[in-house]
Design a protein around this ligand. Structure first.
Ligand code: URA
Length: 220
Protein backbone atom coordinates (compact mmCIF):
# COMPACT_ATOMS: atom_id res chain seq x y z
CA UNK A 1 0.00 0.00 0.00
CA UNK A 2 1.27 3.45 -0.90
CA UNK A 3 2.05 5.70 2.02
CA UNK A 4 -0.84 8.03 2.81
CA UNK A 5 -3.55 6.12 0.96
CA UNK A 6 -4.78 3.76 3.69
CA UNK A 7 -6.98 4.64 6.64
CA UNK A 8 -5.08 6.88 9.05
CA UNK A 9 -4.50 5.36 12.45
CA UNK A 10 -5.37 7.76 15.22
CA UNK A 11 -3.60 6.97 18.46
CA UNK A 12 -6.02 7.28 21.38
CA UNK A 13 -4.57 9.39 24.14
CA UNK A 14 -4.40 7.27 27.29
CA UNK A 15 -6.95 8.38 29.88
CA UNK A 16 -4.34 8.47 32.63
CA UNK A 17 -2.24 10.96 30.62
CA UNK A 18 -5.23 13.25 30.29
CA UNK A 19 -6.02 12.83 33.99
CA UNK A 20 -2.41 13.56 34.88
CA UNK A 21 -2.51 16.85 33.00
CA UNK A 22 -5.83 17.76 34.63
CA UNK A 23 -4.52 16.90 38.04
CA UNK A 24 -1.32 18.90 37.55
CA UNK A 25 -3.38 21.92 36.46
CA UNK A 26 -5.70 21.46 39.45
CA UNK A 27 -2.75 21.19 41.84
CA UNK A 28 -1.26 24.43 40.58
CA UNK A 29 -4.62 26.26 40.70
CA UNK A 30 -5.42 25.25 44.29
CA UNK A 31 -1.92 26.05 45.52
CA UNK A 32 -2.66 29.77 45.46
CA UNK A 33 -6.14 29.55 47.10
CA UNK A 34 -6.17 30.91 50.62
CA UNK A 35 -9.92 31.03 51.30
CA UNK A 36 -13.04 29.05 50.42
CA UNK A 37 -14.22 31.96 48.26
CA UNK A 38 -10.96 31.84 46.31
CA UNK A 39 -11.26 28.08 45.92
CA UNK A 40 -14.85 28.36 44.70
CA UNK A 41 -13.83 31.03 42.17
CA UNK A 42 -10.89 28.89 41.03
CA UNK A 43 -13.15 25.85 40.56
CA UNK A 44 -15.66 27.91 38.60
CA UNK A 45 -12.86 29.10 36.31
CA UNK A 46 -11.20 25.68 35.97
CA UNK A 47 -11.40 23.76 32.69
CA UNK A 48 -13.12 20.61 33.89
CA UNK A 49 -13.38 19.19 30.37
CA UNK A 50 -16.43 17.48 28.94
CA UNK A 51 -17.97 16.81 32.33
CA UNK A 52 -18.03 20.48 33.26
CA UNK A 53 -19.30 21.50 29.84
CA UNK A 54 -22.15 19.01 30.07
CA UNK A 55 -23.19 20.09 33.58
CA UNK A 56 -25.59 22.93 34.33
CA UNK A 57 -23.76 23.93 37.49
CA UNK A 58 -20.51 23.55 39.35
CA UNK A 59 -21.70 22.24 42.71
CA UNK A 60 -19.30 23.63 45.32
CA UNK A 61 -20.84 23.20 48.76
CA UNK A 62 -23.79 23.74 51.05
CA UNK A 63 -24.27 24.07 54.77
CA UNK A 64 -22.32 26.07 57.29
CA UNK A 65 -18.80 27.28 56.65
CA UNK A 66 -16.67 26.71 59.74
CA UNK A 67 -18.88 23.79 60.85
CA UNK A 68 -17.19 21.07 62.91
CA UNK A 69 -18.34 18.34 60.52
CA UNK A 70 -17.62 18.20 56.78
CA UNK A 71 -19.49 15.60 54.75
CA UNK A 72 -18.00 14.56 51.42
CA UNK A 73 -20.16 12.66 48.93
CA UNK A 74 -19.47 11.37 45.45
CA UNK A 75 -20.85 13.74 42.78
CA UNK A 76 -24.01 15.72 42.06
CA UNK A 77 -27.06 13.99 40.63
CA UNK A 78 -29.75 15.59 38.46
CA UNK A 79 -31.36 17.58 41.32
CA UNK A 80 -28.02 18.82 42.60
CA UNK A 81 -26.95 19.81 39.09
CA UNK A 82 -30.21 21.69 38.63
CA UNK A 83 -30.03 23.56 41.95
CA UNK A 84 -26.25 23.92 42.22
CA UNK A 85 -26.19 22.44 45.73
CA UNK A 86 -25.03 19.06 47.01
CA UNK A 87 -27.43 16.47 48.43
CA UNK A 88 -30.76 18.14 47.67
CA UNK A 89 -32.40 15.12 45.95
CA UNK A 90 -33.82 11.99 47.56
CA UNK A 91 -30.54 10.82 49.06
CA UNK A 92 -30.02 14.32 50.45
CA UNK A 93 -33.42 14.16 52.07
CA UNK A 94 -32.46 10.93 53.80
CA UNK A 95 -29.15 12.49 54.84
CA UNK A 96 -30.95 15.51 56.33
CA UNK A 97 -33.38 13.24 58.19
CA UNK A 98 -30.54 11.25 59.73
CA UNK A 99 -28.58 14.40 60.61
CA UNK A 100 -31.65 15.98 62.21
CA UNK A 101 -32.43 12.82 64.19
CA UNK A 102 -28.89 12.93 65.58
CA UNK A 103 -29.29 16.59 66.55
CA UNK A 104 -27.23 18.02 63.70
CA UNK A 105 -28.21 19.98 60.61
CA UNK A 106 -26.63 21.65 57.61
CA UNK A 107 -27.94 25.02 58.82
CA UNK A 108 -25.97 24.75 62.02
CA UNK A 109 -23.11 22.33 62.26
CA UNK A 110 -22.56 20.57 58.96
CA UNK A 111 -20.77 21.60 55.77
CA UNK A 112 -21.27 19.44 52.66
CA UNK A 113 -19.41 18.91 49.40
CA UNK A 114 -18.52 16.16 46.92
CA UNK A 115 -15.35 14.67 45.46
CA UNK A 116 -16.54 15.59 41.96
CA UNK A 117 -18.32 18.95 41.54
CA UNK A 118 -19.97 18.16 38.18
CA UNK A 119 -22.75 15.71 37.44
CA UNK A 120 -21.35 12.63 35.68
CA UNK A 121 -23.03 11.98 32.34
CA UNK A 122 -25.95 9.61 32.71
CA UNK A 123 -25.52 9.67 36.51
CA UNK A 124 -22.70 7.16 36.19
CA UNK A 125 -20.09 6.60 38.86
CA UNK A 126 -17.36 9.14 38.06
CA UNK A 127 -14.44 7.50 36.30
CA UNK A 128 -11.00 7.39 37.83
CA UNK A 129 -9.58 10.03 35.47
CA UNK A 130 -12.19 12.53 36.65
CA UNK A 131 -11.70 11.66 40.32
CA UNK A 132 -7.94 12.08 39.96
CA UNK A 133 -8.42 15.48 38.34
CA UNK A 134 -10.83 16.66 41.05
CA UNK A 135 -8.89 15.33 44.04
CA UNK A 136 -6.69 18.43 44.56
CA UNK A 137 -9.84 20.58 44.82
CA UNK A 138 -11.59 18.48 47.46
CA UNK A 139 -8.38 18.08 49.47
CA UNK A 140 -7.87 21.86 49.44
CA UNK A 141 -11.55 22.26 50.27
CA UNK A 142 -11.11 20.14 53.41
CA UNK A 143 -7.94 22.00 54.35
CA UNK A 144 -9.63 25.42 54.08
CA UNK A 145 -12.91 24.31 55.70
CA UNK A 146 -10.80 22.88 58.56
CA UNK A 147 -13.49 20.64 60.11
CA UNK A 148 -12.95 18.63 63.28
CA UNK A 149 -14.12 15.52 61.44
CA UNK A 150 -14.88 14.40 57.90
CA UNK A 151 -17.67 11.95 57.07
CA UNK A 152 -17.00 10.25 53.72
CA UNK A 153 -20.22 8.99 52.20
CA UNK A 154 -19.81 5.98 49.92
CA UNK A 155 -16.96 4.09 48.35
CA UNK A 156 -16.01 6.73 45.79
CA UNK A 157 -15.46 9.37 48.46
CA UNK A 158 -13.69 7.06 50.92
CA UNK A 159 -11.43 5.48 48.30
CA UNK A 160 -10.47 8.83 46.77
CA UNK A 161 -9.72 10.58 50.04
CA UNK A 162 -7.99 7.62 51.70
CA UNK A 163 -6.15 6.51 48.58
CA UNK A 164 -7.27 2.91 48.98
CA UNK A 165 -8.82 0.24 46.81
CA UNK A 166 -10.79 -1.28 49.71
CA UNK A 167 -14.57 -1.26 49.33
CA UNK A 168 -16.96 0.63 51.59
CA UNK A 169 -18.20 -2.53 53.36
CA UNK A 170 -14.69 -3.13 54.61
CA UNK A 171 -13.91 0.55 55.27
CA UNK A 172 -17.06 1.81 56.98
CA UNK A 173 -17.21 2.46 60.70
CA UNK A 174 -13.46 2.68 61.32
CA UNK A 175 -11.84 6.06 61.89
CA UNK A 176 -9.00 6.94 59.58
CA UNK A 177 -6.83 10.00 59.03
CA UNK A 178 -6.57 12.17 55.96
CA UNK A 179 -3.21 13.92 55.80
CA UNK A 180 -3.33 17.19 53.90
CA UNK A 181 0.03 18.96 53.75
CA UNK A 182 0.88 17.64 57.20
CA UNK A 183 -2.47 18.52 58.74
CA UNK A 184 -4.39 15.47 59.94
CA UNK A 185 -8.16 15.20 59.71
CA UNK A 186 -10.14 12.47 61.47
CA UNK A 187 -12.27 10.83 58.81
CA UNK A 188 -14.98 8.18 58.97
CA UNK A 189 -16.13 6.18 55.93
CA UNK A 190 -19.87 5.41 55.96
CA UNK A 191 -22.53 4.11 53.60
CA UNK A 192 -23.89 6.52 51.01
CA UNK A 193 -27.57 7.45 51.57
CA UNK A 194 -28.41 6.38 47.99
CA UNK A 195 -27.14 2.91 48.91
CA UNK A 196 -29.20 2.98 52.13
CA UNK A 197 -32.30 3.71 50.05
CA UNK A 198 -31.64 0.51 48.13
CA UNK A 199 -30.52 -1.46 51.20
CA UNK A 200 -32.62 -0.17 54.11
CA UNK A 201 -31.40 -3.01 56.35
CA UNK A 202 -28.05 -1.18 56.51
CA UNK A 203 -29.54 1.97 58.02
CA UNK A 204 -28.72 0.68 61.53
CA UNK A 205 -25.01 0.62 60.71
CA UNK A 206 -25.21 4.08 59.13
CA UNK A 207 -26.91 5.37 62.26
CA UNK A 208 -24.18 3.84 64.39
CA UNK A 209 -21.58 5.66 62.26
CA UNK A 210 -23.37 8.98 62.63
CA UNK A 211 -23.45 8.57 66.41
CA UNK A 212 -19.71 7.84 66.32
CA UNK A 213 -19.26 11.15 64.50
CA UNK A 214 -21.27 12.96 67.18
CA UNK A 215 -19.17 11.42 69.92
CA UNK A 216 -15.98 12.41 68.09
CA UNK A 217 -17.17 16.01 67.79
CA UNK A 218 -18.17 16.15 71.45
CA UNK A 219 -14.81 14.80 72.57
CA UNK A 220 -12.66 17.11 70.43
N1 URA B 1 -24.98 11.94 45.76
C1 URA B 1 -23.80 12.49 46.09
O1 URA B 1 -22.82 11.77 46.32
N2 URA B 1 -23.72 13.79 46.16
C2 URA B 1 -24.75 14.58 45.95
O2 URA B 1 -24.58 15.78 46.04
C3 URA B 1 -25.97 13.99 45.62
C4 URA B 1 -26.07 12.67 45.53
Amino acid sequence: MQAGTGPRRVEARPVQAIAGAGQAAAESVVASCKTLDELEAALNAFDGGLLKRSAKNTVFADGTRGAPLMIVGEAPGADEDQQGKPFVGVSGQLLDKMLNASGMSRDKDVYISNVVPWRPLGNRTPDQAVITMCLPFIRKHIELAAPKAVLMLGGVSAKALLGTEDGITRLRGRWREIDIRGQKFAALPAYHPAYLLRQPALKGLAWRDLLAVKRKLQSS
